[in-house]
Each structure stands twice: as structure tokens, then as C-alpha cells.
Ligand binder design. Structure first.
Ligand code: SF4
Length: 374
């Protein structure tokens, strides 16, 4: 994996006195730092269009900002008509130092710098209140919506605060989704069994061709082993699965590599999802990653506006991978991401019709598997 090193820091005045800001500025006292009233990135700031250049200067800037809004939100999947698992997202960082060709952030974020919400204590207080407002439900919360959850951690050290915080909450679990192998600094934290570290996986050839700057498959599995030995529950996301000539062998082999490397009793879940993208991403990827082959194949546009493989292809991919997982580790919970009820019916052993039903199944399975109640 390529280490991320920032080259300049911009700090909004409003977060200048935050302990997080002071810590970061102390650590990078050699870097140029600009304190501004309220930073707004302008397109012509660094070069003609840094968004489009994979080696851009954009991501080398860290912007520490005051985030005034609500940081804990329902996952956007909830509004798409798919059966969604009622997941919550916690926005702490916007943008990612890794460079997956298919990354939706390229088309979604309106600035190329890496933005960190530095009013951490206030944000965590919001989380505490939101979770306490519904003591009967189990909140599953992830920080990997607008960035990789761990890739920036060697620089930001955010999870050293977040993991112990979740360790003390009664009815919530934290999921850190990553394609990195940055776990060494987390191994001795008081996670109290409330943090799941989750790796997004793809066959080696897809990682090498499409997931630039990320940890290799071997490094990800090695990191998952370490986390598992340190008592963390682990999870895996076969997402986005990519359709290519030898996909069946590639994903079957990947299931074997995973289940041979990781103790099955520590796997909280494995999700499955195929490539989906908003149409405007295609031109950006073709310009930034001309060797990418992710758009080979037939796609259709769904009601949510996103392009997906044909239903029969998605179903075959889900069936193949789920059956392989079931054959080797029948006790592991699998579920689909961003798919409607008819696709579940063709591919999965259980068929939730609503978001609440899927939420209930995942929460119950989790509590039974790890003998915990919230
Ligand atoms: S790891 Fe996730 S957020 Fe980062 S570039 Fe890849 S897809 Fe985007």
C-alpha cells in the first residue's frame, strides 16, 4: 500500500483550538499551514483541474474544518428502493488517499482536497445522543461512506478516539471499512467487542488493475488475521464485484483464500454487491484510468439512476459466491447490498421484504453469533 503523506494543511479558524487540530499541527509542524476564516476550494487553485489527474496535488492538502451539520445519518441506500440494512453512516472525513478506478467519490465530491471534520468531541456527542434516543435498537454505524476508514489513520489517528468511544456505548457497533492494512495501531485499544474491522475484497488481478495505492490481497488478509487475534470481529465485503472473463474462478478462489486465512467464528458478515456507478463517472474514469476495464460488459440503468450489470449476470455472480461461502462456512451471515427483493429471492436463502426486516436479521444474527445482547 502507498503511504499517504500530506503536503500542506489548511485549518478553519473555528477548529484551531480543537485538541485534534493541535495534535495534528504538532505532528506535522514542518508542513506549510494556512489558517483561514472558512476555506472554500476553487477550481483553479492548484492546477487546471486536479480532480481529473490521479497524481493530482488535490489530495495532498488536508483541510480541517468545523462541520456544523448532523454527522450521523441513515445510509443513502435507504432511499433507493433496494432492501437496505438500515445502516448509519458517520461522516468524519471526505475524500480518500487511495485511487480505485471505480470510486464514486470522483464524481460526487465537489473538491479534491481531503477534508477532516475536526470538531470531533461535538460530533461524538451528537452520536451519543442519537444512539441513546433509541435504546431498544442496535445501531450499526460505519465511517467508510466518504473515505476509506483506515487509510488515513497513520496520519490522522482518528480511530484511537472513535473505537474506545463506541466501546462504551450500550447499543451500537462500529464498522470500519477499508482496503488498507493499517491496523497495528488499533490492536491494543479498548474496543470492548464493539468494533468490526471490515475489508473490501476483490481477486488479485482486479486489485492490481483497478484498486491503485491500496493494500494487496495478501496484506489485507494478513491485517484481518492480526485484528482477529486482537479480539476484533472482522467482516468482508465482496463489493464491488467486477464482471470479467474469468470472474467465476477469480471469486471462487477468493472465497477459498479468505476462509483459509481467517477464523470463521470471528467473521461477523460477508456482503455481496456488484459494480454500480452514476453515468457521469464513466468519462472521468476513462480520462483518469485509461487502462481500466470496468466498463466492459453490458449495463442497464436502474430506477435510482445508477448503472448496473444485467439482472441475470448479477444473480449468477451472487449465487456463485454465496454458494461457495455456504459450502465452506455455512454459519457465516451473507447479505446483498443495494439489491431489490426479486434479486434476493433468486439468490439468497432468506428474503427480507423491508429494510426493518433485514436490519432485524443482521442484528439478531450478530447477537446470537457473538452471544451478546444490547
Ligand atoms: S478505498 Fe473506497 S473511498 Fe477510497 S478510493 Fe477506493 S472506493 Fe474510493
Amino acid at each position: 500500500m502507498t503511504d499517504y503523506i500530506p503536503e500542506r494543511i489548511i485549518v478553519d479558524q473555528a477548529v484551531m483550538d480543537e485538541p485534534f487540530t493541535q495534535n495534528l499541527l504538532g505532528k506535522f509542524s514542518n508542513l506549510p499551514c494556512e489558517i483561514v476564516e472558512n476555506y472554500a476550494w476553487h477550481k483553479n487553485e492548484n492546477n487546471p483541474d486536479p480532480v481529473k489527474n490521479p497524481l493530482t496535488e488535490g489530495k495532498k492538502t488536508l483541510h480541517l474544518k468545523y462541520f456544523p451539520g448532523n454527522s450521523i445519518k441513515s445510509c443513502p441506500g435507504i432511499t433507493t428502493g433496494a432492501v437496505c440494512c438500515n445502516y448509519f453512516t458517520l461522516d468524519l472525513v471526505e475524500n480518500c488517499p487511495l485511487e480505485c478506478s471505480y470510486c464514486i467519490l470522483q464524481a460526487f465530491l465537489n473538491k479534491p482536497v481531503i477534508t477532516v471534520h475536526a470538531n470531533l468531541a461535538e460530533i461524538l456527542d451528537q452520536v451519543r445522543q442519537r444512539i441513546a434516543s433509541q435504546p431498544q435498537r442496535l445501531f450499526r454505524v460505519g465511517t467508510g461512506e466518504h473515505s476509506d476508514s483506515l487509510a488515513l489513520d497513520p496520519v490522522l489517528e482518528i480511530n484511537q478516539h472513535i473505537i474506545p468511544f463506541f466501546g462504551k456505548l450500550e447499543n451500537a457497533i462500529l464498522e470500519l471499512k477499508t482496503k488498507s492494512n493499517s491496523v497495528d495501531h488499533l490492536l491494543n485499544l479498548p474496543h470492548n467487542g464493539k468494533t468490526i474491522i471490515a475489508w473490501s475484497l476483490n481477486p488479485v488481478n482486479i486489485i492490481e488493475q483497478e484498486e491503485h495505492k491500496t493494500a494487496s490481497l495478501h496484506e489485507r488478509l494478513e491485517a484481518a488475521c492480526k485484528a482477529s487475534k486482537a479480539g476484533y470481529k472482522v467482516a468482508f465485503h465482496f463489493d464491488p464485484m467486477i464482471y470479467y472473463a474469468d470472474w467465476e474462478n477469480g471469486y471462487t478462489q477468493l472465497v477459498h483464500q479468505l476462509l483459509e486465512a481467517i477464523p470463521v467464528h470471528n467473521i461477523a458478515w460477508i456482503s455481496l454487491g456488484t459494480l454500480r456507478y452514476i453515468p457521469k463517472l464513466k468519462a472521468l474514469v476513462e480520462e483518469r484510468f485509461p487502462k481500466s476495464t470496468i466498463f466492459l460488459g453490458e449495463f442497464i440503468q436502474g430506477e435510482d439512476g445508477k448503472m448496473r450489470y444485467l439482472k441475470k449476470i448479477r444473480q449468477r455472480m451472487f449465487q456463485t459466491v454465496r454458494q461457495e461461502i455456504h459450502a465452506l462456512a455455512p454459519q457465516v451471515t451473507t447479505y446483498l447490498c443495494m439489491e431489490k427483493a426479486p434479486v434476493w429471492q433468486q439468490t439468497m436463502p432468506f428474503h427480507p421484504q423491508t429494510n426493518d426486516e433485514l436490519d432485524h436479521i443482521l442484528s439478531n444474527n450478530f447477537q446470537q453469533q457473538f452471544s451478546c445482547s444490547f
